[in-house]
Design a protein around this ligand. Structure first.
Ligand code: PGA
Length: 246
């Protein structure tokens, strides 16, 4: 049986002090569940301190670069993250793609470097409102995944988490209905079966993201092909985060 995975994406919110306090407070109330992975993807500056106070919460980075070191001003390498015990990284979030111009080729290099280092990439995919309205979501998402996963072996796929996030549902309050989210997540699983095989597809964890809240997470997680959620806004407040993961 697949585990569930719920990860908060703090984006560019909170100071280091606020982040540390949040993790301490939530850890004190969190009941560990062996069938659920819970995490927080935090800004780079606080990752080191957060890993020191986190027990059950996995601390994830929101981005990284694929080269080990070098003249890459402003970037964070995988060995740097490894040295502070971070081994989950959100890759290819739509904000990275749209605001910072990350292309599928770059995302693919990052995913390959992460799995080679035994990290778990949380690989984001999803369509714009225009693509959604043109009913081309599945073709778009399949193409993203084909490119982003090129060269990743079937064996390495056991480390990869896929997050389906329709861009029109992110931070907008417009959540995809559980049925729409299920349809696309099922399509993603079928596409993974085509790229690899049915066994890999059956194992891969697929999250939905986009305006997930404590009030709607149950319906979303009850869908057969949705194994978790990547949550922005609703992961920033302690009670709300606890409401998502418990
Ligand atoms: P949201 O963000 O939950 O605030 O819609 C989701 C995300 O961007 O991962």
């Amino acid at each position: 049986m697949r585990k569930q995975i719920i990860v908060g994406n703090w984006k560019m919110f909170k100071t280091n002090e606020q982040g540390v306090q949040f993790i301490k407070n939530v850890e004190a109330k969190l009941k560990a569940n062996p069938n659920m992975i819970v995490g927080v993807a935090a800004p780079t500056v606080m990752l080191s301190d957060l890993t020191k106070v986190a027990k059950n919460i996995k601390i994830a980075a929101q981005n990284c670069y694929f080269e080990k070191e070098g003249a890459f001003t402003g970037e964070t390498s995988i060995p740097m993250l490894q040295a502070i015990n971070v081994n989950y990284v959100v890759i290819g979030h739509s904000e990275r793609r749209d605001i910072f111009g990350e292309c599928d080729q770059m995302i693919n290099s990052k995913v390959k470097a992460l799995v080679a280092a035994n990290f778990t990439p949380i690989l984001c995919c999803g369509e714009s409102l225009e693509i959604y309205e043109a009913k081309k979501t599945m073709a778009h998402v399949a193409e993203q995944l084909t490119q982003d996963l090129a060269g990743v072996t079937a064996e390495q796929m056991s480390q990869v988490v896929i997050a389906y996030e329709p861009i029109w549902a992110i931070g907008t309050g417009k959540v995809a209905t559980p049925e729409i989210a299920q349809e696309i997540c099922q399509g993603i699983r079928q596409h993974i079966a085509k790229l690899y095989n049915q066994a890999v597809a059956n194992e891969v964890l697929i999250q939905y993201g986009g305006s997930v809240k404590p009030e709607n997470i149950k319906d979303i997680l009850s869908q057969p092909d949705i194994d978790g959620a990547l949550v922005g806004g609703a992961s920033l407040i302690e009670d709300s985060y606890l409401g998502l993961v418990q």
